[in-house]
Design a protein around this ligand. Structure first.
Ligand SMILES: *Cc1c(COP(=O)(O)O)cnc(C)c1O
Length: 368
């Protein structure tokens, strides 16, 4: 086994062997760069993939979240439920529309929103609920949708880390009222630049999002609704995503099998492991929880293994937006102090996985 640095993610390995030049050349030769046939085809293919009627591609995942909230009619001073351990992306969108985040604690095992805490928060009549399928793990989305629909509150799924995750054959993004995806290069489906999408089966909502992504236009130069902007996926990225989409399930399976190897090797160690390596988890990040995180990271670094922390600062503690949360966020705060991500991506070799396993088990044998 060699001792080269094992990265947390490698675009070179994920994209190895794919022909991007042919689709890029086709776009070049078409001389049509925005909202053309590649975007149209990608939107149809991605909607079919997710199992919804409509896909509206946009410039990035953050815009997708913001436009989805606008599409749902979330207004200034409305409350929007979100978790506080998911990297502030949902919070950015909530602040962008002038709404107020209502942070709900997480389940300590799945690290996604706690349905009991959500049921309690629902009494405050939030305008929407953002559910993040964090690290590629589907939240308890069926129960969340039940709680939300009983109260008449729309559910927005943030699927930026969970492309292709499914339960009982139903995929992330097809449970809620509306859902958002990011195609940032490190995501399970990543472009060669920025990209994002909003999906829904509600055709009125889809029409609204389509208008919002292009200046609020109902037709050329006619601004029909407020809150519009320019947020479009370009033809080049759409063509690239169309090359990659057919490989997504296979890549997810590869991520899952790496996670499964880790989970089997780490069982019995003083680590909290991902709660599922089944179809409801697509291994976007392989995240464990460890008591002495700094020591653990240092030990792995010494063995040339990259790690990262997703995410170190809870949303309600972010310096720009620090707030006293009205609800307990005890589990959220504990998670922020203990989570650490290990390398898990398509193209990571068996030997590299073995090196990670070796380093982690050695760390725990020395600790005792
Ligand atoms: C990456 C990510 C986003 C934002 O996507 P961008 O395309 O980078 O704007 C939103 N939510 C989650 C959970 C993400 O991981």
């Amino acid at each position: 086994m060699n001792n080269d640095l094992i990265p947390l993610f490698s675009a070179a390995k994920v994209n190895a062997g794919l022909d991007f030049l042919t689709p890029i050349e086709a776009v070049l030769n078409s001389h049509w760069y925005i909202l053309g046939s590649e975007v149209k085809k990608f939107e149809e293919e991605f909607a079919t993939f997710v199992g919804v009627n409509e896909c509206i591609s946009v410039a990035n995942g953050s815009d997708a979240l913001e436009l989805a909230l606008r599409g749902l009619g979330v207004q200034s001073k409305d409350r929007v439920v979100a978790v506080a351990n998911a990297g502030f992306y949902g919070s950015t969108a909530i602040h962008a529309v002038g709404a107020i985040p209502l942070y709900v604690d997480i389940d300590p095992v799945s690290l996604t929103i706690c349905t009991k805490a959500l049921a309690q928060a629902i009494g405050t009549k939030p305008a929407a609920i953002i559910v993040t399928h964090l690290y590629g793990q589907l939240a308890n989305i069926e129960e969340i949708v039940n709680i939300a629909s009983a109260a008449g509150i729309p559910v927005l799924e943030d699927c930026a880390q969970s492309h292709g995750a499914s339960r009982n054959g139903k995929q992330a993004g097809s449970f809620g009222t509306i859902a958002c995806f990011s195609f940032y290069p490190t995501k399970n489906l990543g472009a060669l630049g920025d990209g994002g999408a909003v999906v829904t089966s509600d055709s009125l909502l889809a029409t609204k999002i389509r208008q919002l992504r292009q200046y609020g236009w109902s037709q050329k130069y006619q601004v029909a609704i407020p809150g519009g902007r320019n947020s479009r996926l370009d033809e080049m990225q759409a063509a690239i995503l169309r090359i990659k989409l057919p490989h997504l399930h296979k890549w997810n399976a590869e991520r899952r099998s790496i996670a499964k190897r880790y989970n089997e090797a780490f069982a019995g160690l003083d680590l909290q492991l991902p709660s599922s390596v089944g179809e409801d988890y697509v291994g976007h990040l392989y995240v464990v929880r460890v008591k002495d995180r700094a020591g653990f990271i240092a030990a792995l670094k010494e063995k040339m293994i990259s790690t990262d922390v997703h995410y170190p600062i809870a949303d309600h503690h972010q310096p720009a937006y620090a707030v006293d949360s009205p609800l307990s966020l005890k589990e959220t705060e504990l998670a922020c102090e203990t989570v650490v991500s290990l390398p898990c991506f398509p193209g990571l070799t068996d030997d590299e996985v073995s090196r990670v396993i070796e380093a982690v088990t050695t760390y725990f044998s020395k600790e005792k």
